[in-house]
Write a protein that binds this ligand. Structure first.
Ligand code: BTN
Length: 318
């Protein structure tokens, strides 16, 4: 029904349509019209309303256009094919299912909205309709399973490089959050299916907050999350996605060709963790110190009062 209401409003864009007319034409109650208009507003449609004249669609959000992306994308692997969904629980879940069914390397699962977006350490990842780029890639790398954490660092480097081209002053918080002034702009979740010696597939899930506003954020995220819109950065979601895929592919091919060393070096230059006082929260203990480096495997090295600590996994607070 929402689709019908939207189509009607789109067909009369810029003109007022009375609630009664909508309800008669589409055979739904006026309350249902009102409820669906409220949802469309939450999705980013600007719909003005007055009691006398009804509803007027002023503008629509920029939706993702998979056909156009396919045509314009200059990658040879990443983003081919594209599976586009208007709404899903989590693109990582869909990508995993597709990978199990034999989806080729490079398959991109893309959604306007995730109802159960997932982050590291099983956290919820907010992914409202058309307010971000929520996507997952199926990768089938030839690396050893133990190198997988470095692929996550690679993703953070690629996305940071693109965002800096958009003049976003962002940095990478170990291992792979991208922050602006301490607030999270991008999250990356890599999931692995492997045996001891071989990666069967890897799902690289990336969430970039583009249009999220303070209004979209629950209280507990208000001080810790940001978006391109909140940072006053101009962007087009379709173009940004293409730019990110191109850069990801460049680094992915580089790692396959020469290994991760140059990428780890770049990670260091883009990091906002190194040189900072950090608190490291591990499942069994918490400690503080100065983050001084990452090692050859991408682990964080922290100088504490009692010596060096090597952090393989955990939550780091800067
Ligand atoms: C984190 O911040 O801990 C990682 C967040 C990763 C979010 C992305 S959005 C696309 C993909 N699907 C998910 O459910 N998660 C990742």
């Amino acid at each position: 029904m929402r689709k019908d209401i939207l189509e009607y409003l789109l067909a009369h864009k810029g003109k007022y349509v009375s609630g009664q007319m909508l309800s008669d034409t589409l055979g739904v109650s006026r309350t249902a019209v009102w409820k669906n208009v409220s949802i469309l507003r939450e999705q980013g449609y600007v719909i003005e309303s007055t009691t006398k004249k009804g509803y007027c669609l002023k503008s629509a959000p920029e939706l993702l256009q998979p056909e156009m992306i396919s045509k314009k994308l200059s990658t040879t692997c990443l983003g081919h094919p594209i599976i586009y969904l208007e709404k899903t629980k989590s693109t990582n879940l869909v990508a995993k299912k597709k990978a199990n069914e034999g989806a080729p390397e490079g398959t991109l699962v893309l959604s306007e909205e995730q109802s159960s977006g997932r982050g590291r350490l099983n956290r919820f990842f907010l992914s409202p309709y058309a307010k971000g780029l929520w996507f997952s890639l199926v990768l089938r790398p030839t690396f050893l399973p133990m190198e997988v954490s470095k692929i996550t660092l690679l993703a953070a480097v690629a996305v940071t490089k693109v965002l800096r081209k958009y003049k976003v002053e962002c940095g990478i918080k170990w291992p792979n959050d991208i922050l602006v002034n301490g607030r999270k702009l991008v999250g990356i979740l890599t999931e692995l299916n492997a045996s001891m010696e071989k990666i069967n597939y890897l799902i690289m899930g990336i969430g970039i907050n583009t249009g999220i506003t303070q209004k979209n954020l629950p209280d507990e995220l208000k001080d810790t999350v940001t978006s391109l819109a909140m940072e006053h950065v101009r962007f087009k979601r379709n173009k940004l996605l293409c730019d990110v895929l191109v850069q990801l592919e460049r680094y992915y091919f580089l790692a396959e060709k020469v290994g991760f060393d140059p990428i780890l070096d770049e990670w260091k230059t883009l990091s906002c963790t190194l040189g900072e006082e950090v608190e490291v929260i591990m499942p069994d203990r918490t400690f503080s110190g100065t983050a001084i480096n990452i090692d050859h495997d991408g682990n964080l090295i922290v100088q504490t009062s009692y010596g060096l600590e090597r952090v393989l996994a955990g939550d780091v607070r800067v």
